[in-house]
Design a protein around this ligand. Structure first.
Ligand code: GLN
Length: 502
């Protein structure tokens, strides 16, 4: 069997269950592919640990106690703490750090039988849109190694696209699952805020952070999401008290009559919207034409499947950028205060007293983007500025969430681009953090509202780079999103395409 690395999670799980292949064989095949760390995607690999887990899975497969995903490999974004692998969150300040416990998401996937391949590169503390903010070097996009993979879960998207893992975990605070999935041509879903436990997920902006799966297809994402979610009330106070759900159960439902909302504010660029000719030419000048065409084609596919397109309005879309870039840094400035050289990771060597130790440790340990956000966060929370920035942002955040609720009275699912462009070249936005911030425009609104949202491969844009369609659902409607995405994937093959040579 020479193509194990090209198989889906579902196919691998079935082969393992039927005994046609062993967990050790699968793990060995994937470990062999990680040699030389292609695309700089991994931050830690330990074949002994992986093979020990695979042997344990084989024992379970043999004695009939196997979990639903027994023996299928997965790799974790380095934001999830793990006992058996180092955890750095892409930061120098946590270099060599080893957690005494596993994050709930890691533990749940292991309970479902998944074998851990290692830890994945990401932007430092998940702050970024291109993986260029990792202290351990950027990840390359497998479709074009001169381009970014997206961020912050860039390693997660790259390993799936490059056949280095059939699936990976990611975290999404403002788009970090959806945007790299879009840039690397894979599928990823961020569930409703509170669905997946944040316990052991290194906090960036706690009111926004969510974990989710990244894989080739909606079906694979549904399998992982079913295993990841569920209440963790004692350990995460924002965990939802909702039973775990089987998100694969409704994948094949027809989507006849599904009302798909197309936000007017997300259309533009002089391209006449095919469905709503009266729509005035609006914003979104920054959206690449090829991206719009790919999204338009995906919407046409949905129509063929019986869905109905309806115009909706998300009038505060633009405001989501300043609102997010106030709230997220504010929370980060508080969350990252724990990295002071006392309890975790790096401690500066030469210092005169405690305060000097704090200062030197943080100056040495944090990268520029993290420092920028800590300073921004401290500023917007400080006396005299709190009302003007943080409080104002919180009020607009509520309005953005209300806009979605209004929209969901007219439609079931919202569709649009994940990002205004395909993956850009390394260095293109270097030195201009605001350029990266602006590119988050379509992912931030759902994050601020806490809604489930996903990225689904929808074709190819400029220079043959992948384009992702974003689907946003109302609270707890992950099953509906995955159902729509799965139906689209049965009618198209974009999610099956791979970079050359994989
Ligand atoms: N690109 C956004 C940021 O830089 C989102 C990151 C994320 O979702 N973790 O903050």
């Amino acid at each position: 069997m020479s193509d194990l690395h090209q198989l889906s999670v579902k196919a691998l799980a079935d082969l393992l269950k039927s005994g046609q292949v062993s967990a050790v064989e699968v793990a060995t095949r994937f470990l062999a592919r990680t040699g030389g760390n292609p695309h700089n995607a991994f931050l830690d690999i330990d074949s002994e640990v992986t093979l020990a887990q695979a042997r344990a899975s084989d024992a379970k497969l043999a004695d009939g106690t196997a979990g639903p995903l027994e023996g299928v490999p997965v790799a974790h974004k380095d934001v999830f703490v793990t006992r058996d692998f180092a955890t750095t969150a892409g930061s120098k300040i946590l270099s060599g750090y080893r957690s005494p416990f596993d994050a709930t998401v890691v533990q749940r996937l292991r309970t479902a039988g998944m074998v851990t391949l290692g830890k994945l590169n990401c932007d430092e503390f998940a702050m970024g849109s291109a993986n260029e903010n990792s202290a351990y070097g950027p990840v390359q996009n497998p479709w074009d190694t001169s381009r970014v993979p997206g961020g912050s879960s860039g390693g997660s998207a790259a390993v799936v696209a490059a056949g280095l893992a059939p699936a990976a975990t990611g975290t999404d605070t403002g788009g970090s699952i959806r945007q790299p999935a879009s840039f690397c041509g894979i599928t990823g879903i961020k569930p409703t805020y509170g669905r997946a436990s944040r316990y052991g997920m290194i906090a960036y902006a706690s009111s926004l952070d969510q974990a989710g799966p990244m894989a080739r297809s909606a079906e694979d994402c549904a399998l992982l999401l079913s295993a990841m979610c569920g209440p963790d009330l004692d350990r995460d106070s924002t965990s939802l008290d909702m039973p775990a759900e089987d998100f694969t159960a409704s994948l094949n439902r027809p989507i006849e009559g599904l009302r798909i909302g197309v936000p007017l504010e997300w259309w533009g660029n002089g391209v006449q919207c095919a469905w709503f000719p009266d729509m005035p030419a609006r914003r979104s000048e920054g959206v690449q034409v090829e991206v719009q065409i790919a999204i338009e084609n995906a919407l046409k596919e949905f129509e063929k499947l019986g869905a109905k397109l309806v115009p909706i309005s998300l009038p505060r879309t633009e405001l989501s950028i300043p609102v997010y870039y106030i709230i997220a840094p504010a929370e980060a400035s508080s969350n990252l205060s724990r990295f002071d050289g006392v309890k975790f990771g790096h401690r500066a060597k030469d210092y005169t007293d405690l305060v000097d130790m704090y200062k030197k440790t943080r100056a040495e340990g944090f990268g520029n983007e993290v420092k920028r956000r800590i300073m921004t966060g401290a500023y917007v929370l400080s006396h005299g500025y709190y009302d003007a920035y943080y409080l104002q942002a919180q009020k607009i955040r509520r309005m953005i969430a209300d806009d979605f609720q209004r929209a969901f009275t007219e439609c079931d699912v919202i569709a649009g681009p994940v990002a205004p462009s395909v993956a850009w070249k390394f260095g293109e936005n270097a030195g201009d953090p605001v350029a990266d911030y602006l590119a988050d425009i379509f992912t931030l609104p759902a994050s601020l509202a806490g809604l489930p949202a996903m990225s689904v491969p929808a074709g190819f844009g400029a220079q043959g780079m992948p384009v992702g369609l974003q689907l946003i659902g109302n609270y707890f409607k992950e099953a509906q999103l995955l159902n729509a995405a799965h139906r689209l994937q049965q009618a198209t093959d974009f999610h099956l395409r791979q970079p050359e040579g994989i």
